[in-house]
Design a protein around this ligand. Structure first.
Ligand SMILES: [Zn+2]
Length: 294
C-alpha cells in the first residue's frame, strides 16, 4: 500500500508539475553575438550567461577561475567554433563539469585566410547573415534536445527570427547594390569581414590577420597604404574591438578618409547602436553606405 501511494504521488508530481517551471535553463554562450542568438531562440525558458561580453575581444580572452564556475553551472555551452574560442577546451576541463557543447557554425561553408603563408580557417562566419540562419537552427536543435517540452516555443522563436534574418540579408544586398561598383572597397583593422565580402560583394583589405593577437607588421601597413592609393579605396574603418591608431595612421598616410566604426567581433552595450546582432548588422550597413556613397 505504501509502495503504491509513493508511486502514485511520484506520478502526480511527474504529470502535474512541469520540471522547467521554477528555473530557466542555464546556458553559457562564448561571446556576445552567439549570446544574443541564444536569447532570441530560448526566450524566457533560458538564462544566458555570456563569457566575452559586449565591446570585448574574444581573440585575446583570458578565462579566470570564476569562468570555470560559470561553465560548471551550465546545462548547455554554445560556441561559434571554427577555432574562434581557442581557450574553451581548457576552460571546460577546468570546470570539471560535462555540459552539452554546441557549435553554432556547424554545417556552414567555411573559408580560409592566409596568415604568414599559412592557411587558417576564418572564424568570422557571423558576418554573413545566411550563416547566422544556420547558427539559429543549430541553437534551436540544441535547446530542443535538452528541453523537449520547450520545443514549441523554440520552433516558433526560430521561425520568426529566421524571417527577420532573411529580411536583413535582403536589406544588405539592396544597400550594397546602391553603392557604385568601383567604390565597394574598404580597409578594416583586422581581417574580420571575409564572409561579408564574399556574401555581399565588397572588397575588404586589412593589415592585421583574422586574429587580433598578432600586431600588423610595418611591411603589411606599408603595403596597405600603397594599395589604398593605387586602388583609390575610399574609406578606412575603425572596429569596436581593435585599437583605432592603426586605421588612423593608414588613413592619414594614404589620403583615404576614416569611414566610421564597424562592429566586427562583438556587440555594443545594450543602449548603444549595436546591442543585438540584427542592430549590429544594420549599424554596419549605415556606416558603409555613409562612407562609400559618392
Ligand atoms: Zn576577429
Amino acid at each position: 500500500m505504501l509502495r503504491l501511494l509513493t508511486f502514485c504521488s511520484l506520478l502526480g508530481l511527474f504529470l502535474g508539475t512541469p520540471v522547467h517551471a521554477a528555473e530557466p535553463i542555464p546556458v553559457v554562450a562564448s561571446f556576445s553575438i552567439v549570446g544574443d542568438i541564444v536569447s532570441h531562440i530560448g526566450g524566457n525558458r533560458v538564462n544566458v550567461d555570456t563569457l566575452v561580453g559586449p565591446e570585448e575581444d574574444a581573440h585575446v580572452f583570458d578565462p579566470a577561475p570564476r569562468d570555470a564556475a560559470r561553465i560548471a553551472a551550465a546545462k548547455l555551452v554554445v560556441i561559434n567554433g571554427l577555432g574562434f574560442e581557442g581557450w574553451m577546451d581548457r576552460l571546460i576541463k577546468a570546470s570539471g563539469g560535462a555540459p552539452k557543447l554546441t557549435i553554432a557554425s556547424e554545417g556552414i561553408l567555411s573559408h580560409q585566410s592566409t596568415i604568414d603563408g599559412h592557411e587558417r580557417i576564418d572564424p568570422h562566419a557571423w558576418q554573413d547573415v545566411g550563416n547566422v540562419r544556420t547558427y539559429a537552427r543549430n541553437i534551436a536543435d540544441a535547446l530542443i534536445a535538452i528541453d523537449p517540452e520547450g520545443g514549441g516555443l523554440y520552433r516558433a522563436n526560430l521561425s520568426s527570427y529566421d524571417d527577420e534574418l532573411a529580411g536583413l540579408d535582403q536589406e544588405i544586398r539592396a544597400a550594397i547594390s546602391a553603392i557604385p561598383t568601383e567604390r565597394r572597397k574598404i580597409v578594416t583593422t583586422h581581417d574580420a569581414f571575409g564572409y561579408f565580402a564574399l556574401a555581399y560583394g565588397i572588397e575588404m583589405v586589412a593589415p592585421q590577420s583574422i586574429s587580433t593577437e598578432a600586431e600588423a607588421s610595418a611591411k603589411d601597413v606599408a603595403r596597405i597604404i600603397r594599395q589604398v592609393k593605387s586602388e583609390k579605396i575610399p574609406a578606412v574603418f575603425l572596429e569596436n574591438v581593435s585599437d583605432p591608431r592603426l586605421a588612423e595612421r593608414i588613413a592619414a598616410e594614404s589620403g583615404a578618409r576614416i569611414g566610421g566604426k564597424l562592429y566586427s567581433d562583438a556587440l555594443s552595450k545594450e543602449n548603444a547602436p549595436a546591442g543585438t546582432y540584427i542592430a549590429m548588422i544594420k549599424a554596419n550597413i549605415r556606416e558603409l553606405t555613409k562612407a562609400l556613397m559618392p
